[in-house]
Design a protein around this ligand. Sequence first.
Ligand SMILES: [Zn+2]
Ligand SMILES: [Zn+2]
Length: 401
Amino acid sequence: MLALTAARPAAPYEDAKTRLAEAVEADRDEILDLSHRIHADPEPAFEEHHASTWVAEVLARHGFIVEHPAGSLATAIRATRRGGLGGDGPRIGILAEYDALPGLGHGCGHNTMAASGVGAAIALASLADELPGEIVFLGTPAEERGSGKQIMIDDGLFDGLDAALLYHPCDRSHVESFPLASEDVDVVFSGLQSHASSDPWRGKNALDALILLFTSVGLWRQGLRPNARVHGIIREGGTAANIIPDRTSAWFMIRSDDEGEYQTMRARFRALCDAAALATDTTVEVTFSGGARTMRNNRVLVERFRANMAAYGIEDEGDDPNAGSTDMANVSRVCPTIHPDLAIAPPGTPGHSILFRDAAVSPRADEVTLLAAALVAQTAFELFSDPALVAAAWREFRSPD
Ligand SMILES: [Zn+2]
Ligand SMILES: [Zn+2]
């Protein structure tokens, strides 16, 4: 059990940070109820209607002006609360994802992120009279597929932000993340039906094309660098064994830690699709979507979050060697951004698994959700209270290294 209100927060602003932790603790039931409800009703990317409604309701109850839907996405939220000190203070963004994984549920634990983001926002709202600027909560759909944050960026919903903060659950605690550039690729092969026994020679087999593509990708992997990934599933593989399939489809993802190399991989993957179609006399349609970029961790923010975390006895375990991808990396190209992860499960628990899904409603996950809310709120409070810190974060953003 983490002692949320027993620990002495990190300097500076220890008293305000203590009150933020107490505010999270006071709203414990409301925050955890949100986490559990979202977990019990998993909704995939772009379909988070219940989750976004519940998140919006809590924010409205705590005095936020809520836009829902926000921009072009039905399940996006932008909720704001102005600080009582007025003036031109910073706009600090608290982000929350709430999409689940098809066929698995909350195997990425976004229920804990949604609840902690709301917890951070309402804790800050309880100190609004002491803040300049504006608290900006952004409910960001479609992280697992589609890069909803990029759509929200294009919709102007990140305009004017001075920082973007969130927390993600993990099997280890680390403040910096190095996600891979990534895209989804939908591949559809079209052939010609015929009887698979009486006159197969009249058909054009779209399944053969798909099998060739998977084989080519498997052979290609030997030549890929360790931090490149290509992986996929078959969505449609034909309809009956006695029909030559005239349509098959797959969903792939391509990833790399190097954006230049990523472009080379993208072209090569496209060539493998064309080659499979050529070999089977079929045609192919290849659609890339939902691009995520590589991350620019803002070190000024990283240092502050790390210090706040250490006060609660949580050490930074260092960069995660096993990276996925996230559209938070796209946000990191727009304003100073961090993507800290906190452990809710034992080390080695695989992400996107039943084990991780079950961990996301464990008593440990609940305590970490509350702690994450306090840490995000405390880091945001520092930014609200110290213009030099915001300036330093922007300096780092404009000239990294
Ligand atoms: Zn996730
Ligand atoms: Zn995920």
